[in-house]
Design a protein around this ligand. Structure first.
Ligand SMILES: Nc1ncnc2c1ncn2[C@@H]1O[C@H](COP(=O)(O)OP(=O)(O)OP(=O)(O)O)[C@@H](O)[C@H]1O
Length: 500
């Protein structure tokens, strides 16, 4: 019988038993913890007779009964109190108080233990309980006990299944979390920051790394394009060889060709010896073309050919060389516009732009500033042999408000300067020269709300609740503030206090 039908079945059986025995009422109960109470789960009474109430029932007042019952004995009294032993005086009193004249209680035994019982009482009159009837009741009791055991087993099985399901879901989520952590650990060797904007970039980095597709990193100067190029290379199957870097802006146009493609001896005046080019050096690896926007127009066709066919000729040689090179290019210029203006070949732009990644400027990910600042403090601290324990809150707030036209590089320089000026263990950040005079861009409503919350959180050391917590300062409930923080993507950077 399915367990959800057991309930109805017990009710039906109690009714039939009472009708058959001709007694007044009966109940079905299970033992609670430590046998300190019984839990009456089903009760039936003939018309005019009060039912025994459903629910927990203290049994400390019936020690003899519980003792007998606990040992698995049938408790049977034709006429109360005469049939009860002298030590059952409390039971006798209880029956008299409740008008019980005759009673039989059958233990429900299963699996070597008493799980509960069935009791039948005569209220109005005493009754003779023939021995055979009692034996039958015992048999019925065993059937009931079997159902009870099955119900308990199935219920605990259902609980276990539900618990397992819950565990599985949690594990799944933890796995996701772990995966996220792994992603971050992959790139986080050197890349600091956990803002949503940076996480999105890192997700793209991971996605494209394992392919051989060209990547175009765009973004302002100092945003970390080279660092990300390195991360892509390290996550790729080419990571066994070093990534080769060419800064297209730092080489005079005349030299770029031989630097990239190599030359044979005597290729041009002054080129006495042969030189292997960066493309050949990068064979089987990655070539990072930094500042690709500065790449000379006259050489762009040659570059396009290598990107398409992997073939080129060394300077001064008619022979083609084949290479297998993955290209990552970076620029802080609008290449699309440059191609429209005729300053950059459109076909080369499209070839490079297969997987563009925009690296957001620091002012679009101000959440990263505290962790970046601390990481630079540690780097320069190690180099200079200085230990900084605390970062004045006001300085950190100023750092977060600044617009950072030079982005991470500028931040790194500012911290380096501050470290040089610091003697004790509190960072001495002198900001008058750059902070005050450059009026910050006007913040959007959302940004200024976020900034205001960040300021107060800095002030309270990221304490939200309790007296002096950020919620109190804003005069809102902590849960309201937390919800607002979640909506604005505000998360505590690292675990350090900014004014420890
Ligand atoms: N997320 C970051 N975590 C740690 N350091 C960073 C991060 N982003 C940038 N840096 C550091 O900032 C400096 C500038 O970064 P990088 O050279 O990669 O920027 P870039 O965008 O390539 O700059 P440019 O356009 O001027 O070539 C480097 O010292 C780099 O290590």
């Amino acid at each position: 019988m399915p367990i959800d039908q057991i309930e109805d079945q017990i009710n039906e059986s109690l009714k039939s038993l009472v009708q058959f025995l001709g007694n007044d009422r009966c109940r079905f109960f299970e033992f609670g913890d430590d046998n300190a109470y019984i839990n009456v789960t089903h009760s039936y009474a003939v018309e005019g007779c009060p039912r025994f109430p459903i629910g927990a029932f203290e049994v400390a007042q019936l020690p003899w009964f519980i003792n007998e019952f606990g040992e698995g004995n049938c408790v049977f009294a034709k006429s109360i109190p005469d049939d009860l032993p002298p030590e059952a005086d409390r039971e006798a009193r209880y029956c008299q108080e409740h008008g019980i004249q005759s009673n039989v209680a059958v233990p429900l035994r299963a699996g070597g233990q008493v799980l509960g019982g069935l009791t039948f009482a005569f209220i109005e009159r005493p009754c003779s309980w023939p021995r055979e009837t009692v034996l039958r009741l015992q048999l019925i009791g065993e059937v009931f006990a079997g159902s009870l055991l099955r119900r308990r087993t199935e219920m605990s099985l259902r609980d276990k299944i539900a618990e397992n399901e819950q565990l599985r879901r949690r594990l799944e989520q933890e796995n996701l979390y772990l995966r996220e952590q792994t992603v971050l650990r992959h790139h986080h060797g050197k890349i600091v920051g956990r803002s949503d904007a940076l996480l999105k970039v890192l997700a793209d980095v991971e996605r494209v790394a394992t392919t051989d597709a060209p990547v175009l990193l765009t973004g302002e100067t100092g945003t970390g394009k080279e660092l990300l190029a390195q991360a892509i290379h390290e996550l790729s199957s080419r990571s066994g060889s070093p990534m080769i870097v060419v800064n297209c802006a730092s080489l005079p146009a005349t030299l770029i060709e031989s630097e990239l493609f190599g030359r044979v001896a005597g290729a041009y005046t002054g080129a006495a010896s042969a030189q292997i080019g960066r493309f050949e050096l990068a064979d089987g690896s990655t070539l990072f073309l930094d500042e690709i926007g500065e790449f000379p127009l006259e050489l762009q066709a040659k570059l396009l050919r290598v990107l398409q066919d992997g073939k080129f000729e060394r300077l001064g040689s008619p022979d083609s060389v084949s290479v297998n090179v993955r290209i990552i290019a970076a620029t802080n210029r609008d290449l699309h516009q440059a191609s429209r203006d005729g300053k950059f070949r459109t076909d080369l732009f499209h070839r490079l732009n297969v997987f563009p990644i925009r690296v957001p400027p620091l002012r679009e990910r101000r959440d990263d500033i505290p962790s970046l600042a601390w990481s630079f403090v540690e780097t320069f601290g190690r180099r200079m042999g200085k230990t900084i324990k605390s970062f004045p809150r006001k300085s950190m707030q100023r750092l977060q408000r600044h617009d950072w036209p030079g982005n991470v590089r500028e931040l790194s320089n500012a911290i380096e300067r501050a470290m040089i000026l610091t003697d004790g263990d509190t960072l001495n950040l002198v900001m008058d020269d750059w902070g005050a005079e450059r009026p910050a861009r006007r913040l959007s409503l959302k940004e200024s709300e976020k900034q205001q919350i960040l300021d107060v959180l800095q002030e309270t050391g990221w304490r939200i609740r309790g007296k002096g917590g950020a919620a109190e300062l804003f005069d809102v409930k902590p849960t309201t503030l937390e919800a607002r923080m979640a909506r604005l993507g505000i998360r505590r950077p690292g675990n350090r206090s900014d004014d420890s």
